[in-house]
Design a protein around this ligand. Structure first.
Ligand code: OOG
Ligand code: MG
Length: 255
């Protein structure tokens, strides 16, 4: 049995202080259910410090992401207002352990969703869609983790950037994605890499939260998951994601 509370405090402190910790799975048995309990409790620490949940991120929804981290199950994590980075804004690498960025799209919800829904039903609950970038940062040494480890670590959530909002009926099933560092493409892909259609990621979120008695709430942001592998950030780099028909979003790492 793991001590859920102690583990939650340890992972929260690692994130708060941007200090790498050993994987929990190397020293204890931790199930995925327990890992989601750790995640929920570690987020309670953030809420006590004044942060507010404003959405969720889906993770490992593309083959490229699964291969990069060696975990092949869809996961989710919680997003708070403190993780939001303005489009065109700047981040300081000192606030992270070993941050990476990845191209995504984001949904803004107009209605809540929970439980089994079809991709079409999921899309009917969407208010708007935007090009987005997720800044992930594993709190584990060497960015190495098991499925339970990464879930306990809020699925590596650490920052997210959203571009201009487009109409909810924009077809996002197969849009070209160009991810650039300093104006040079470092990853290219298609939104179809996200479970064949990003609407499936939203439906998976509804199902997974529903299974825990939770809902994807109206007003929330849902990040659909990385289209491509993530790229390590370095001081001074300008990062942008351009998605066909949706537009561009970007941020800079302070030098
Ligand atoms: C886990 C989080 C995965 C995505 O978009 O697939 C994720 C990680 O890669 O550290 O955010
Ligand atoms: Mg992601």
């Amino acid at each position: 049995m793991i001590d859920i509370e102690k583990t939650a405090l340890a992972v929260d402190e690692a994130a708060r202080s941007a200090t790498a910790i050993p994987q929990f799975s190397s020293s204890m048995d931790i199930t995925v259910d327990e890992a989601y309990q750790v995640q929920a409790l570690s987020l309670e620490q953030r809420y006590k410090r004044g942060e507010r949940q404003i959405g969720i991120k889906m993770g490992l929804t593309s083959r490229a992401k699964m291969v990069q981290v060696g975990v092949d199950e869809v996961i989710w994590g919680r997003l708070t207002d403190a993780m939001l980075v303005d489009d065109g804004g700047e981040i300081d690498i000192a606030n992270y352990v070993h941050p990476r960025a990845e191209p995504e799209i984001a949904f803004l919800m107009k209605k809540s969703l929970s439980g089994l829904v079809s991709p079409a039903q999921a899309l009917a609950a969407v208010e708007a869609i935007a090009p987005a970038i997720e800044i992930i940062d594993s709190r584990y040494q060497n960015f190495k983790f098991s499925l339970a480890d990464v879930v306990a670590d809020n699925s590596s959530s650490s920052g997210f950037v959203m571009g201009p909002w487009a109409r909810p009926d924009t077809d996002t099933s197969n849009l070209g994605v160009v991810f650039e560092f300093d104006g040079r493409p470092v990853q290219i892909g298609s939104t179809a890499a996200i479970l064949g259609n990003p609407a499936r990621s939203l439906a998976a979120g509804s199902r997974m939260l529903g299974a825990q008695g939770l809902s994807v709430e109206a007003g929330w942001i849902v990040m659909a998951g990385g289209v491509t592998a993530a790229e390590a950030l370095r001081p001074g780099v300008h990062v942008s994601n351009t998605v066909e028909n949706l537009g561009r979003v970007g941020f800079t790492v302070r030098s």
